[in-house]
Design a protein around this ligand. Structure first.
Ligand SMILES: Cc1cc2nc3c(=O)[nH]c(=O)nc-3n(C[C@H](O)[C@H](O)[C@H](O)COP(=O)(O)O)c2cc1C
Length: 179
């Protein structure tokens, strides 16, 4: 199995990559035969849907091909105004067949653990024919971060993350049989 860990924010000083690295580190520790890889949205110079240069259209293809590589996804989502970031929604709009009959799970962070952004993303992913796991990780800005910027997750979050890995891998394997 190959699981992509997707960041969804690109701003200077963002927390997303710190959270993604924590997920990657713990995924690798499982030694479960699955390949875990971070796909950093900031590495792709995507245009706003409908605009952009010809170089950016090549970037769109590179983004689509990268996403297509995986059997499942762990989405690292912040919450911007009770929703996922606009830059990630725009990036999602370039995708569809790449996601079909795969699994996605969510690691959120924010005032209430990114919960509202995750709920919205689950609706979007249902349109992509993606199965979303019951287990999510909700990292609280006031608890799992120092000064809302230094990432210091509480130990109990590892239990949620482990169950998220279990559910994501199980469904990634099951869904591979129907693709
Ligand atoms: C434009 C903007 C809107 C935000 N709105 C919310 C919000 O509605 N709920 C929330 O819990 N946190 C909100 N926050 C705080 C973010 O959860 C926090 O800054 C988080 O670290 C953002 O992710 P990033 O660091 O990867 O960019 C907002 C932050 C920004 C920049």
């Amino acid at each position: 199995m190959k699981i992509g860990i997707l960041t969804t924010t690109v701003r200077e000083g963002r927390n997303s990559l710190k959270v993604a690295n924590w997920v990657l580190e713990n995924g690798l520790k499982r030694n479960d035969g699955t390949t875990y890889e971070i796909v950093d949205l900031k590495d792709f110079d995507l245009p706003i849907m409908g605009l952009g240069t010809s170089e950016q259209f090549l970037e769109v293809s590179r983004w689509q091909e990268k996403i297509a590589e995986f059997d499942g996804y762990i989405i690292i989502t912040a919450e911007y105004n009770h929703a996922p970031s606009g830059v990630f929604k725009n990036a999602l709009d370039f995708l569809k067949p790449q996601f079909a009959d795969k699994v996605a799970s969510f690691v959120g962070y924010g005032g209430v653990g990114g919960a509202r952004a995750i709920e919205q993303l689950k609706l979007v992913f249902s349109e992509y024919q993606v199965a979303t796991t019951q287990r999510q990780v909700n990292l609280m800005l006031m608890v799992d971060f120092i000064n809302m910027s230094e990432f210091a997750p509480k130990d109990y979050q590892l239990e949620s993350l482990e169950e998220l890995f279990v559910q994501t891998n199980k469904w990634a394997k099951a869904l591979k049989t129907i693709r």
